[in-house]
Design a protein. Structure first.
Length: 493
């Protein structure tokens, strides 16, 4: 017998469904003892190839999402992963007992139907049922058909119901899967090798972020969850693999908003014997390839704004972008004090520890970032915010770095990678000083990484792509939670 929920805590609808399950078990038809199905065809395959399947016997299986009809004729909509198809069932074909059980099916039940394919008088492709089987009983009702699951918080918490009730949600995640597959195909075709690196690390470096911390009992040692993929991938460049990439989760102990989730999917790649210019070319080609393959076009629309990936991407320095949108020329500012003075004048908030380069970046974020709508590379960042990047030979206050922007969002971050171990040690030292001054996102010295650089790393270009933001743009999704199957949520209790 089934375990019934307490009457005081359950609705009449759920109570009736539990009673139906009890009746099935008493009749020797317990659906939960069934271990498999004879399904041999997906619904969309039938509908897309009707001439081939007409009058052919098929076995379909999926979730029942609608029922209609009366008396000795029933119509039902069966949904599987590919789509839906109408089921036509008659008392005369199934017999009194089987038809009686079918009439007691509920919306949400998972069923199997064997029969032949035909087209109704209304022209709808359907399966005429000859045999039916209940594979799994739905004991809780789905949301009402015409209003669906609309509560945003509940949609994220119960993604399984969201996927059942909202076909456009399933389409988003199908596209997400295709986007990641397309990225892999493109990089593999360019000679890159996919690798995996540690998630639990002693030193969480490679980005400016506060890590999550944990404890490894077996070694009685504190560890961190990685915030980046960079430092291990560059070790592999030292090892001679030359072209490597990884797509994986990283973890940053930060706030949650429409573009940030504490765990997210990052793709980083590193290529020996190239620089940030090579990374710009790769980014243009990769984005065009993915959009064309997944969407069938290089023109995308996000929130009503069209962005054209087919045109050459704009390239502008951070200095020029700040001058263009704020009117301040940082080439004319020669000290930290002057930078702080102009920041006060323009109402840009900063911290005492900030230097001229930090303030330039704050100006970019305040005045320029929102204007980077069309695909744009913002190049040549100040050294203060780029601890792992090669200096520009003609201007050592700046580095060979770019951020790729679309829709006013940072979509990727790329460097000509720093391969001078002496310079890198000094950069780590500066980061340690910032950490001591209260910057919880500063890097700490990674001695093993420095040892790898001392072995020798060739000139290298590297880049990190945010897969979630890329998916948001390509699926016109308003928030990062819309492209994460299971976003981080605050517990209800």
């Amino acid at each position: 017998m089934s375990q019934k929920p307490q009457q005081a805590n359950t609705s009449d609808v759920i109570k009736v469904r539990y009673e139906k399950l009890d009746a099935l078990r008493e009749a020797g038809r317990d659906p939960f003892v069934i271990t498999t199905s004879d399904r041999d065809t997906l619904t969309e395959t039938i509908k897309n190839n009707f001439e081939e399947y007409e009058n052919k016997d098929v076995c379909v299986a999926g979730r029942l999402l609608s029922k209609r009809g009366k008396g000795k004729v029933s119509f039902m909509d069966l949904h599987d992963r590919s789509g839906k198809i109408q089921i036509f069932a008659k008392f005369d074909d199934l017999g009194e007992e089987e038809y009686g059980f079918l009439k007691k099916w509920d919306i949400g039940d998972i069923v199997e139907v064997k029969g032949f394919v035909f087209k109704t008088q209304m022209g709808e492709i359907s399966v005429h049922a000859k045999e039916v089987k209940l594979l799994s009983k739905s004991l809780k009702p789905l949301p009402e058909k015409y209003h669906g699951l609309t509560n945003t918080d509940l949609r994220y918490r119960q993604r399984y119901v969201d996927l059942i009730m909202n076909p456009e949600v399933k389409d988003t995640f199908v596209k997400r899967s295709k986007i990641i597959s397309s990225i892999r195909r493109y990089l593999d075709s360019q000679g890159f090798m996919e690798v995996e690196t540690p998630m639990l690390v002693a030193n969480a470096g490679g980005a400016s972020a506060r890590p999550f911390e944990t404890h490894f009992n077996a070694l009685d040692e504190d560890l961190k969850l990685r915030i980046s993929l960079e430092l291990y991938l560059k070790r592999l460049i030292v090892g001679g693999l030359e072209k490597v990439y990884e797509i994986g989760r990283v973890f940053r102990n930060e706030g949650v908003d429409t573009r940030h989730n504490p765990e997210f999917t990052l793709m980083e790649l590193y290529q020996a014997y190239t620089d940030y210019n090579g990374m710009m070319d790769l980014t243009e080609n990769l984005y065009r390839h993915v959009a064309q393959e997944v969407l069938g076009t290089t023109k995308i629309t996000y929130n009503g704004v069209e962005m054209d990936l087919g045109k050459p991407f704009e390239r502008i320095t951070m200095l020029d972008a700040v001058k263009k949108y704020s009117g301040v020329d940082f080439n004319e500012i020669h000290s930290d004090e002057e930078a702080k003075a102009i920041a006060k004048e323009k109402g840009v908030e900063f911290e005492d520890r900030h230097k001229k380069g930090d303030i330039l970046n704050l100006f970019f974020e305040e005045f320029a970032e929102e204007h980077m709508i069309q695909p744009t590379f913002v190049m040549d960042h100040p050294i203060e915010i780029s601890p792992l990047t090669k200096k520009k030979p003609d201007n050592p206050d700046y580095v060979e770095r770019f951020e790729f922007f679309m829709n006013g969002w940072e979509m990727a971050n790329a460097y000509s990678e720093l391969n001078d171990p002496i310079d890198q040690r000094e950069r780590f030292k500066a980061q340690e000083e910032q950490l001591a001054q209260g910057d919880e996102e500063a890097n700490t010295t990674d001695e093993d990484f420095l040892n790898a650089l001392e072995i020798g790393m060739p000139p290298t270009g590297g880049i990190g792509f945010g897969i979630d933001r890329m998916t948001m743009l390509l699926t016109d999704s308003a928030a990062i939670r819309d492209v994460l199957l299971f976003p981080t949520m605050k517990p209800l209790d």
